[in-house]
Design a protein around this ligand. Structure first.
Ligand code: PSZ
Length: 294
């Protein structure tokens, strides 16, 4: 596998990061994950724009333009011949002797790498289980920061309870998943948390809101409580990796009929339909003819 670091494309055994890298010492950096479907980068522009926004929010000057970042991720895909997988871009504030404040004239360190993986078909089809977890993260969840301890602890707590994703609740309000955004459907209306400092404004979230608009599904970007979430007719979580994953239980309580719901299925079909490879492979019709699970 070929890696990118600071302007060079290197083999795994040639790529090294410093113990004095502030990403390692403080989690002082930002990152992005970009999906590859059939060798094509999906919503890369949106991810790169968000990377630059995240960097600005932590007062870090990105050493590359969007165009240059686009070329880097494209080369990681082609050199590694990734057909299905992800590209990770990580940018840290740089290397300097350990002090908390920003060291003077420090240069950001940019690392990029690719991983191959399959779509999570089992959970896309059967649905997943969520576990509510108190959201004890900081208050800038809009930044895609390398500080992921709150997310890691929550995901592990969900896994410890046999669930696939955690559901963050802060001040009684449902915020997002540990690595996803969440949506509920009640009486035909799609509810999701507004894009503010309490959540990451997911690229998949934005795609889903556009698909809902196209399908004339009414949308309310409004907070709701955990008891309200449990009373939803349908629930799902979204991310670059999870796409639109139905959540069929929360805290072991079935949502709706405890199976993926019809509007969730409709959104999944619409999601697949905007990805050329999924249309070509017949995946879209297949899921359509399967219909909502019952
Ligand atoms: O492969 C991985 O580990 C991934 S792929 C996407 C994520 C992790 N996380 C995205 C994410 C997140 O970490 C939080 C806290 N909220 C929402 C999301 C969804 O963002 P998008 O849709 O842009 O991936």
């Amino acid at each position: 596998m070929i890696y990118f670091k600071d302007g060079k494309f290197l083999e795994e055994d040639e790529v090294h990061v410093s113990v004095n890298d502030r990403g390692y010492a403080f989690g002082d950096g930002v990152y992005e994950v970009i999906k590859i479907y059939d060798g094509a980068l999906y919503t890369a522009q949106e991810h790169l724009e968000r990377l630059i926004e995240s960097a600005e929010k932590i007062r870090m000057a990105m050493p590359y333009t969007i165009e240059e970042l686009g070329e880097i991720i494209q080369k990681l895909q082609t050199e590694n011949e990734i057909t299905m997988g992800h590209i990770y871009l990580q940018v840290t504030r740089g290397v300097a002797p350990r002090v908390h404040q920003f060291p003077e004239s420090i240069q950001p360190v940019v690392v990029g790498y690719a991983v191959e993986n399959e779509r999570p078909m089992h959970y896309l089809q059967q649905g997943a289980a969520m576990k509510s977890v108190e959201d004890v993260r900081w208050l800038r969840c809009d930044i895609k920061s390398l500080n992921l301890l709150g997310n890691v602890m929550a995901k592990q707590e969900a896994f410890d309870h046999g669930c696939q994703e955690a559901l963050f609740v802060r001040n009684g309000l449902v915020r997002e998943g540990s690595s996803s955004n969440v949506f509920g459907i009640k009486d035909g209306v799609l509810y999701t948390h507004p894009a503010n400092n309490f959540i990451l404004n997911g690229i998949t979230r934005r795609v889903v809101l556009q698909l809902a608009k196209n399908l004339n599904i009414p949308v309310e970007e409004k907070e709701f409580t955990l008891p309200q979430a449990l009373e939803m007719d349908e629930f799902f979580y979204t991310s670059t990796n999870a796409e639109i994953t139905p959540a069929v239980t929360i805290d072991q309580q079935p949502i709706g009929q405890g199976v993926p719901g019809p509007l969730t299925r409709k959104l999944q079909v619409a999601f697949d339909a905007q990805i050329p490879m999924l249309v070509a492979s017949g995946n879209v019709e297949e899921r359509e003819s399967n219909g909502p699970a019952s």
